[in-house]
Design a protein around this ligand. Structure first.
Ligand code: C2E
Ligand code: CA
Ligand code: CA
Length: 541
C-alpha cells in the first residue's frame, strides 16, 4: 500500500486520477486498481524494491474519481538506503494510447463487417487449441460454413443486402456455438467454427447439424425475408489430419462435398473427398477449355404421351465427351460450371445446339416435337437471358412454341419477382416454361399459380417405384389433380417400370419420361426414334 500511495500522491498522479491529496491518504489505493492488473503491478513494484537501482515499469488500469478508468504507466526507481526506502515515480496517463492500440489490434484481428474474429485471430486460436489438444489428448473440430445462396442474394438484391445477410448469419452462428468456441469470418461468405477440447468427434457433428437446421429459417433483411441455407464441412483433429493448415483445408473439402450433395446439409471429411477435390481443380481448367473445344454433346430423352404412347417431345441433356475420362454426366460438371460462372456460355451452347438439331430434324422430314432445354438459375437471373434466348431461336429458325425451357422449382422460387418477369417475357415470345423437379423443393403450387407456366414435371424421387410408397403416390396424385386444375401439362420423370407407368395412367398424368421408354440418347439415335414416332415399349392400357 505504501508503494501505491507514493504512486498516486505525486502531483501528476493526482491530476490524472481526480482525487485530492486528503482523499488519497485515506483510501485503499489497491482497490482502485483494476482487479486483473493488481497482481502484476504489485509483483513489478516489490521486485524493484528488492533490487536497488532497478527501474520498475508498471502499467495498470486505475479507477478515477469520476468513475472512469484510466491506464497509468509508471516508472519507479528505488532510492535511499535500507533504513529509509523510497521510490520515486514518474507516471503518465496512457489511456488514449492504449485505446488506439486496442482499436488497431481489434481491427487487425476482427472482420470489420460482422465484428467476428478474422482469419488471423482464428489461426491464433486454432494453434492454441491444437497445442492444448496435443497435451490433453482431446479433439478439435473445425466446421467450414458457406451460405448456399449468398451470391444470388448479393447479385440480385445488392451489396447492402448481402452485407446484412452476412451480419445476420454471423449472429445466428454465434447463438448456436457455445461460449469458449470461436466463430470467425474468413472470407466472402465463408465462416468457420472452432470447437476445442471435446472428447468425441460427435460434438462437431451435433453443432454442424444444428447450424444446418438453424439456417433453414428465413433471414429478415430490409428488402424482405430471404432463405439462405448453409453447407457445412467438418474436419476433426487428430482423427482426420493433424496440423492447423490441413484442418482448415480439409473442412473446406468436406464443405464442398456438402454442396455437391445438394447443399443445405453437412458432411464429415473422408479421404475419398480429397481425391475428388483434386479432381475438381483439374476439371475446372478442363471445363473452361471444353466449351471452346466443342467437347460438349447434347443427348435427347423422349417425352411420351401416356394417352397414345407417341413421342411428343424431347429433353436436351448435356454430356461432356472428355478426351480421357470418356462421357462425363452433367451432375459431375454442371454444379462446377455454376460455381465458376461458365454456366452462362455453357447453357447458351446447349440451347443453340438443341435448337439447331431440332430445326434440322424438321428439315429432314421428321415430325415436329417439343424441345425441352434445362436452364440453370444463374442463366435465368442473367440480365441478358431473354435477349440471348430470342437471338438463339431466331438464328436457328425454330418455331418458339416448340421450345420449352425447364427451370427447377427451387430456382424458380429463389427470386419470385425475377421468375415472374422472365416467365412473362417468355410467354410473350411464345416460349413455354416448365417447372422441373417439382415437389423436391418445399413449396406449394400456390406460389406458382399466377405465373404463365405451361408444364409441371414431377420430380423422379416421387415416381420411381411409386406403387410401393404410399406417401409418394398420394403426393403425385394430388400434384396431378392440382396441376390439371391450373391447366398445366403434367410430366412424370423417372418412369422405370410398367408399374410406374400404370400408376400414372390411372391418375391421368399427361406425359412421362424415363428409362422405361428410353435413356437419353445421342442425336443419331433420337432421329431414329422420332422417325418411328414411338419407342419400343408397350404403353399403359
Ligand atoms: P433433370 O433436368 O432432372 O434431368 C433428368 C435426369 O434424370 C437426367 O439425368 C436423366 O438421364 C435422368 N433420368 C431420366 N429418366 C430416368 C429414370 O427413369 N430413372 C433415373 N434414375 N433417372 C432418369 P442427367 O442427364 O444425368 O442430368 C442430370 C441433371 O443435370 C438434370 O436433371 C439437369 O438438372 C442437369 N442438366 C443436364 N443437362 C443440362 C443443361 O444443359 N443445362 C443445365 N443447366 N442443367 C442440365
Ligand atoms: Ca430437366
Ligand atoms: Ca427433373
Amino acid at each position: 500500500n505504501w508503494i501505491l500511495r507514493q504512486l498516486t500522491e505525486a502531483p501528476a498522479g493526482l491530476r490524472i486520477t481526480g482525487y485530492t491529496e486528503q482523499e488519497v491518504m485515506k483510501m485503499g489505493l489497491l482497490d482502485r486498481i483494476h482487479p486483473d492488473d493488481q497482481r502484476s503491478a504489485m509483483q513489478n513494484l516489490t521486485g524493484a524494491l528488492e533490487e536497488p537501482g532497478k527501474l520498475a515499469h508498471v502499467e495498470f488500469r486505475f479507477h478515477k474519481k469520476n468513475d472512469e478508468w484510466c491506464t497509468l504507466e509508471s516508472f519507479g526507481t528505488f532510492i535511499g538506503g535500507p533504513s529509509k526506502p523510497m521510490l520515486i515515480f514518474n507516471s503518465r496517463d496512457i489511456t488514449d494510447r492504449n485505446q488506439a492500440q486496442d482499436t488497431i489490434t481489434h481491427m487487425a484481428y476482427h472482420d470489420a463487417l460482422t465484428g467476428l474474429p478474422n482469419r488471423l485471430l482464428f489461426a491464433d486460436r486454432l494453434d492454441i487449441a491444437l497445442a492444448q489438444a496435443r497435451r490433453s489428448g482431446e479433439k478439435v473440430s473445425i466446421l467450414g460454413i458457406d451460405l448456399d445462396r449468398f451470391k444470388i442474394i448479393n447479385d440480385s438484391l445488392g451489396h447492402s443486402a448481402g452485407d446484412e445477410l452476412l451480419v445476420a448469419a454471423g449472429n445466428r452462428l454465434e447463438k448456436i456455438v457455445r461460449e469458449g468456441n470461436t466463430v470467425a469470418r474468413i472470407g466472402g461468405d465463408e465462416f468457420v467454427v472452432l470447437i476445442a477440447g471435446t472428447e468425441s468427434a460427435d460434438d462437431g457433428l451435433v453443432v454442424a447439424q444444428r447450424i444446418v437446421e438453424a439456417f433453414r429459417l428465413p433471414f429478415q433483411l430490409s428488402a424482405g425475408s430471404f432463405y439462405a441455407t448453409a453447407s457445412v464441412g467438418l474436419a476433426v483433429y487428430p482423427d482426420d489430419v493433424d496440423d492447423a493448415e490441413s484442418l482448415l483445408r480439409t473442412a473446406d473439402i468436406a464443405m464442398y462435398a456438402a454442396k455437391e450433395a445438394g447443399r443445405d446439409t453437412f458432411r464429415h471429411y473422408t479421404a475419398a473427398m480429397h481425391d475428388r477435390e483434386a479432381n475438381w481443380l483439374e476439371l475446372e481448367a478442363e471445363l473452361r477449355r471444353a466449351i471452346n473445344e466443342n467437347e460438349l454433346v447434347v443427348y435427347y430423352q423422349p417425352q411420351i404421351s401416356i394417352g397414345d404412347g407417341s413421342i411428343v417431345g424431347v429433353e436436351a441433356l448435356v454430356r461432356w465427351n472428355h478426351p480421357t475420362r470418356g462421357l462425363v454426366a452433367p451432375m459431375e460438371f454442371i454444379p462446377l460450371a455454376e460455381e465458376i460462372g461458365v454456366i452462362v456460355p455453357l447453357g447458351a451452347f446447349v440451347l443453340r445446339q438443341a435448337c439447331e438439331d431440332a430445326v434440322q430434324w424438321q428439315k429432314d422430314g421428321l415430325p415436329p416435337v417439343r424441345l425441352a432445354v434445362n436452364i440453370s438459375h444463374r442463366q435465368f437471373s442473367d440480365q441478358y437471358f431473354i435477349e440471348s434466348v430470342r437471338r438463339i431461336i431466331k438464328t436457328a429458325g425454330l418455331e418458339p412454341s416448340l421450345l420449352e425451357l425447364e427451370i427447377t422449382e427451387t430456382a424458380a422460387l429463389r427470386n419470385v419477382e425475377r421468375t415472374r418477369a422472365v416467365a412473362i417475357d417468355l410467354a410473350e415470345m411464345g416460349v413455354r416454361l416448365s417447372i422441373d423437379d417439382f415437389g423436391a423443393g418445399s413449396t406449394s403450387l400456390r406460389y406458382l399459380q399466377d405465373f404463365p407456366i405451361t408444364t409441371l414435371k414431377i420430380d423422379r424421387s416421387f415416381i420411381t417405384g411409386i406403387n410401393n410408397n404410399a406417401s409418394n403416390s398420394a403426393i403425385a396424385t394430388s400434384v396431378i389433380a392440382l396441376g390439371h386444375q391450373l391447366n398445366l401439362n403434367i410430366i412424370a420423370e423417372g418412369v422405370e417400370t410398367q408399374e410406374d407407368l400404370d400408376f400414372l395412367a390411372s391418375r391421368d398424368c399427361d406425359e412421362y419420361q424415363g428409362f422405361f421408354s428410353s435413356r437419353p440418347v445421342p442425336n443419331t439415335q433420337i432421329r431414329e426414334l422420332l422417325a418411328k414416332k414411338r419407342v419400343a415399349t408397350k404403353t399403359a392400357a
